[in-house]
Design a protein around this ligand. Sequence first.
Ligand code: MRU
Length: 344
Amino acid sequence: MVRAIEWIDAGTESHIRLLDQTLLPGSETYLEVSTVEALIDAIQRLAVRGAPALGTSGGYGVALALHEGARKGWSVDEVKQNIDAVANARPTAVNLAWGARRAEQFVAEGFERVLAEAHAVGREDEQANRELSRLGADWLLAKIGDRPLRAVTHCNTGALATTAWGTAYGILHELHLRGRLELVYVDETRPLLQGTRLTSWELKNDGIPHLVEVDGAAASTILRGLVDFAVIGADRITANGDTANKVGSVALALACERKGIPFVVAAPYSTVDEATPTGDEIEIEERSDAEVLEFAGVRAAAEGVRAFNPAFDVTPHDLISAIVTERSVVEPATENQPLFPAIS
Ligand code: MRU
């Protein structure tokens, strides 16, 4: 299985190794990241991406800040500023700041303790993903029927987006291993093509039958009865079950509700943000005009045209059939509030 992020132990040369996801599937190139500035650049360019992988990046980012700070003689304040810069490199996925703050609480105990915590963030993510995949597959087969299912998914939620295994992708993988997955429709995921470039690459490597479709086809694929359910990941799940994920996700939820089929959100519990009451309070990252107005580096829109480029959208909880974490499956559309304190 591919590793999107790893800490490389090499004494004074210790650093983070990232698989550069901007170059996939054409080239498997690794970035050797030894400064906080380079890590932030990698996060903002989406060389490393996906909420759980960002959580691990946050943890290792704190270790990196201590390591670089020791080399360069940073003051305590400078180390803190660099940790904050990592935690705030992208705003929507709660995991990034969560991973950074979890490691940061051990700064006073020194580098080795911080690194141990960062490793724990990654290790627990893999365990969570494997457990939620089992729970999600069980729920779907009980809900829909114990037979090969057809799915639609959006963006990339596999090993690339996590420390290992995957979330929504992990459920699809689990169904495949049980012989209960017929076909996956993969949304291309405009404008950066995480579906076309990354999810289809992972599905191909895992031998899972799939078709890539344009994002605009997804609602119709659902309404025509071509799939039995939709499953996506999440960047932030608020206390009431509202969920931020890659822009385009809410269209799938609306179509699933109309068709009467399950719309499932899968994420490790680290993506649940109990401190934020509803999706209205989630900060949605807005990215550059060029991502929308250019195609493969060539301008597609007339000069002077501006873009609206929100990277995420929010699906209201009443459109979500199930939120699957490693702890449990909750059904926000039908359950009484509050949703998460009941299981934490
Ligand atoms: O902008 P990205 O590629 O970081 O967006 C990723 C997503 O929206 C994923 O669906 C989400 O982070 C869950 S990854 C398991």
